[in-house]
Design a protein around this ligand. Structure first.
Ligand code: SAM
Length: 273
């Protein structure tokens, strides 16, 4: 078979280090009966170690040539490859009531939109094991108070328990990426800290857009513009706080307060709340 020329536009860096592959498989520890879905199986390096442990596997791959290779190597039902853009893939429909375990060495250029997009499928997910750019994992697991703490970390932590597992150097891949990588695990929380993802996302976008500014210069005027009173006890806002000083639980509480305040706001006649 002709060797595959890695495609930059699909973020193709293939894992070639057997010890890293084994560590990922050990971390996932799939058992027969688990519905494991690999995102971006590529040339099948991780697929092979996962298929050593489960009878069948599903995968989502965008590159038509790689899809054809994978289907030749592992005919259905051993491997079911969905040729699709994972950003548009309906994990809820695939799960159909049987929750999924997601695994992948992700294309780094789509990791943030994928992680945010997966929030809407979280009821269909048991857990997630992803290799990402190390810098992105630093942000996902960051506690409040540091430079890595921001929108992505708050969003992920509000809905999941997150954990960095181990770091992976560029030499573990062919071709090697220009950045370090890390493997992380996320478990959707049975009870998310916040009620509505979009409300939290909107709030964080305003506050962290100017992360060095105090809330009195960002969030307070934004709330006023919406006809809300930022001094209301329900918000309990500290005007001189900066966004990175506010813990995830507090952001979640604020988002819930904003959701309630918007619902209670008087509506012009003829507009549904
Ligand atoms: N899992 C393989 C490995 O570890 O060697 C390949 C990892 S490579 C970093 C990323 C893989 O994701 C590639 O196979 C690429 O074609 C695929 N991919 C890129 N963008 C995608 C997308 N939007 N949807 C689905 N797959 C995608």
């Amino acid at each position: 078979m002709k060797p595959h020329a890695p495609r930059k536009r699909f973020g193709q860096h293939f894992l070639v280090d057997a010890s890293v592959l084994a560590r990922i498989a050990d971390a996932v520890a799939p058992r027969d009966g688990d519905r494991v879905v690999e995102i971006g199986p590529g040339l099948g390096a991780l697929t092979a170690v996962l298929l050593d442990r489960v009878a069948t596997l599903e995968a989502v791959e965008i590159d038509r040539d790689l899809v054809a290779r994978l289907r030749r190597r592992w005919p259905e039902p051993r491997l079911v490859v969905h040729e699709a853009d994972v950003l548009e893939f309906d994990f809820g429909a695939l799960a159909a009531g049987r929750r999924l375990r997601l695994v992948g060495n992700l294309p780094y250029n789509i990791s943030s939109p994928l992680l945010i997009g997966l929030l809407s499928h979280r009821a269909s997910i048991v857990d997630v094991h992803f290799m990402l750019q190390k810098e992105v994992v630093d942000r996902i697991v960051a506690p409040h108070g540091g430079a890595d703490y921001g929108r992505l970390g708050v969003m992920m932590q509000a809905f999941h328990r997150v954990e960095r597992l181990f770091d992976v150097p560029p030499e573990a891949f062919d071709p090697p990426p220009r950045v370090d990588s890390s493997v992380m695990r996320m478990h959707p929380r049975a009870e998310p800290l916040v009620r509505d993802a979009a409300t939290l996302e909107g709030l964080l976008a305003v506050a962290f857009n100017q992360r060095r500014k105090m809330l009195r210069g960002t969030l307070l005027p934004w709330l006023r513009e919406q006809g809300l009173d930022p001094t209301a006890p329900a918000f309990a806002l500290e005007p001189t706080a900066r966004p990175e000083e506010i813990p995830v639980e507090e952001w979640a509480r604020l988002a819930d307060a904003l959701l309630d305040a918007r619902a209670a706001r008087p509506q012009p006649p003829g507009v549904a709340p």
